[in-house]
Design a protein around this ligand. Structure first.
Ligand SMILES: Cc1ncc(C[n+]2csc(CCOP(=O)(O)OP(=O)(O)O)c2C)c(N)n1
Ligand SMILES: CC(=O)[C@@H](O)[C@H](O)COP(=O)(O)O
Ligand SMILES: [Mg+2]
Length: 670
């Protein structure tokens, strides 16, 4: 997967360079504009929409491959369904760029993922055509069933109410998650409530990496064992009155009694009416099929299985291993993506390097990812130790409990999951790991603010949800050398669960140690010790957790240039905190600032609790700095840190304000 390292342009640059080049697309501002198009016009619209999507993403970067795979489906859905009254829900939402273009957002499509611009995912506040916001996967069927049920209740009360069609489009990768099955389990038995729910399984045989698991194998078999449904087959299968659930169950019971196995699909067994597979790029099939579904007087939940190709219609994407899942800005003609200037290795790479090195001498180390092998760096581990690497699919909950199971048998599992996606597995972390004190190692990537993916992907809450769990050890490296040490520490920590969180992107560039050292649990370090020139107490202490240490040191320089005594310490551990260090800093300084890249209630809360319990809170002006109580939108990471108030400037201001509340002469002793 390619990383987006391009610097975003301003969201106010909203020119439409392709205007005039696309005569059919130019006529469409909203879906209503295309509903009377002829089949030829719809096909041409799809071609133009594809070209427009490619052109736009070439200037912004983003999730291109998935969008290219659903161009025809997007046009067909908006041509057939009465959106936004009929609801179309895009699972994950990373494939919704063409949908955005057709739903009144073409003039802003070149602001995608840029500061102040369109989100890279669906978002309710952006458009009525986005009935459900997403970015985390596998939510669409549940949300769709909820909407369908709500409409059903309204229709029951008011016979004049038109029950809306609800279409949930979910990918073959996303349907591996438990939530999708929970939803199907519910929908398949929901009787009338799910009667206008249509699930479209967009099967492109790709996740971010090639898909894994039995479900993926099953879909491949389903695909290869059946030819594409043509219109003639469909005529037989789809009549105006689709068989009711009761009729289907009766037919199935009768067939089973007679010993006939009709090859019913898993979806049929779950109570869905399965239609497919269908060529998802053939508009001339898609439109009549969708019309038929729309017009059917009764139907139960339906699963329409469409086969598509990720990256379709753009050769560089079609031939790329990752199908251009996520790209930087690129040259449309060559497909060449802009490269980040050579810089220090990413935190992800540093973690992977140390884990691979540790695994060489420790055969109990195993590594687990939930469908993010390249994003977590575990693809490197997989290459070296394929037997000890497990990609469990988009299934974070399962990943955690699977790791717990391995830990019970004496293995040393490293569960590498992005902070935001680990939220999915919280009960598993608590109930299956922490409560049983099992030594699962959580390598938590993308901690803190992540840039263009925005609030849905920010790793804001892991410190909060982990630090409150008994038995859990929580670390955060301040640089990549520290990450090496923490990886080693986690490997050596057999007495219970341990987590370490690190950010997206490049490290500081410092030389890496040959090998990580095992750190003493709960011990921080002082990294800047002021010269008190024989003076005693006073000044400012900054206790930083994680990679805000650089900003803390900058702030210290600025404050000491103004004559203040400043100590800077690297907490290393958010839990257990280094109580001796905290007490020392509180006793020796007038102001104690903590800083962390996480929501209020994480590391700072641990420190304040200790200060309060020891009475030290009454003796020091304590100022915890954490993220503000809001969701920070997509932007450059620097701008996000600025908005979060977590830069050197903010630390200085915090210190000055605290000092202004009663600055003593002792503080000026530097
Ligand atoms: C809960 C969760 N875990 C992981 C991800 C990261 N992720 C985003 S898209 C994606 C692959 C989705 O595959 P699929 O549904 O088949 O869609 P495609 O990209 O193939 O169109 C993954 C793993 C996520 N968004 N949400
Ligand atoms: C859509 C999605 O969830 C992923 O593709 C995500 O955008 C990856 O983020 P990174 O680029 O940080 O790996
Ligand atoms: Mg897919």
């Amino acid at each position: 997967m390619t990383k987006d390292t391009s610097s975003p342009s301003s969201a106010t640059e909203t020119s439409i360079p392709t205007m005039g080049r696309f005569p059919v697309l130019d006529r469409v501002n909203y879906p209503a504009d295309l509903r009377n198009f002829s089949p030829e016009q719809l096909n041409q619209l799809a071609d133009e929409l594809r070209a427009e999507t490619i052109d736009a993403v070439s200037t912004t970067g983003g999730h291109l491959g998935a969008s290219l795979g659903v161009i025809e489906l997007t046009v067909a859905l908006h041509a057939v369904f009465d959106t936004p009254d009929d609801r179309v829900i895009w699972d994950v939402g990373h494939q919704a760029y063409p949908h955005k273009i057709l739903t009144g957002r073409r003039d802003r499509i070149r602001t995608l993922r840029q500061p102040g611009g369109l989100s890279g995912f669906t978002r309710r506040s952006e458009s009525p055509y986005d009935p459900f916001g997403a970015a985390h996967s596998s939510t669409s069927i549940s949300a769709g069933l909820g909407m369908a049920t709500a409409h059903h209740l309204l229709a029951k009360k008011n016979p004049a109410y038109r029950e809306r069609n609800v279409v949930a489009v979910i990918g073959d990768g996303s349907i591996s998650a438990g939530m999708a099955y929970e939803a199907m389990n519910n929908a398949g038995a929901a009787d009338g409530a799910a009667s206008r729910l249509i699930v479209i399984l967009n099967d492109n045989d790709m996740s971010i990496a090639p898909p894994v698991g039995a479900m993926s194998n099953y879909l491949s078999k389903l695909m290869s064992s059946r030819k594409f449904l043509g219109l003639r087959d469909l005529a037989g299968k789809m009549v105006k009155h689709l068989p009711s659930r009761l009729e289907r169950t009766a037919k199935r019971a009768e067939e089973l009694t007679r010993g006939i196995i009709t090859g019913g699909t898993l979806f049929e067994e779950l109570g869905f009416y399965y239609i497919g597979p269908v060529d998802g790029h053939d508009m001339n099939q898609l439109v009549p099929i969708l019309r038929n579904l729309r017009d059917a007087e009764t139907h139960g939940p339906i699963l329409l299985h469409v086969i598509t190709e990720k990256g379709r219609g753009y050769r560089p994407a079609e031939s790329a291993g990752d199908k251009y899942h996520a790209v930087t800005k690129f040259n449309v003609v060559t497909g060449e993506q802009s490269k980040a200037p050579a810089g220090p290795p990413s935190y992800t790479a540093v973690f992977a390097r140390e884990l691979v090195a540790r695994a060489a001498t420790d055969e109990k180390i195993v590594a687990i990812t939930a469908a993010m092998p390249s994003g977590t760096g575990l693809d490197k581990f997989a290459k070296t130790y394929p037997d000890r690497f497990f990609d469990v699919g988009i299934a974070e909950q399962h990943a955690v409990t699977f790791a717990a199971g391995m830990a019970t048998e004496g293995f040393r599992p490293f569960c590498a999951i992005y902070s935001t996606f680990l939220q999915r597995a919280y009960d598993q972390v608590m109930h299956d790991v922490a409560l049983q004190n099992l030594p699962v190692r959580f390598a938590i990537d993308r901690a803190g603010l992540v840039g263009a993916d925005g609030a849905t992907h920010a790793g804001s809450f892991d410190l909060n949800y982990l630090c409150c769990l008994p038995n859990m050890v929580v670390m955060a490296p301040s640089d990549e050398a520290e990450l090496t040490h923490m990886t080693a520490t986690a490997a050596a920590h057999d007495s219970g669960p341990i987590a370490f969180r690190y950010p997206r992107g490049a490290g500081t560039g410092l030389a890496l140690p040959e090998q990580g050292e095992v750190l003493e649990i709960g011990r921080g370090r002082i990294v800047r010790q002021p010269n008190r020139n024989g003076g005693g107490k006073g000044g400012i202490a900054i206790l930083s957790l994680g990679t805000r240490l650089g900003e803390s040191l900058k702030a210290a320089e600025q404050l000491s240039a103004q004559g203040f005594v400043v100590t800077v310490a690297d907490a290393r551990f958010a839990k257990p905190i280094d109580t001796a260090l905290v007490e020392q800093l509180a006793r020796q300084h007038d102001v104690l600032i903590t800083i962390e890249e996480g929501a209020v209630g994480g590391f700072g809360a641990q420190v304040v609790q200790h200060l309060a319990n020891t009475g030290l809170l009454d003796q020091v002006r304590f100022r915890p700095m954490a993220m503000p109580d809001l969701y920070i939108d997509h932007n450059t990471p620097d701008a996000q840190h600025e908005q979060a108030g977590l830069t050197a400037r903010h630390i200085v201001a915090t210190a000055m304000t605290a000092l202004g509340a009663g600055c003593s002469a002792a503080q000026q002793t530097a």
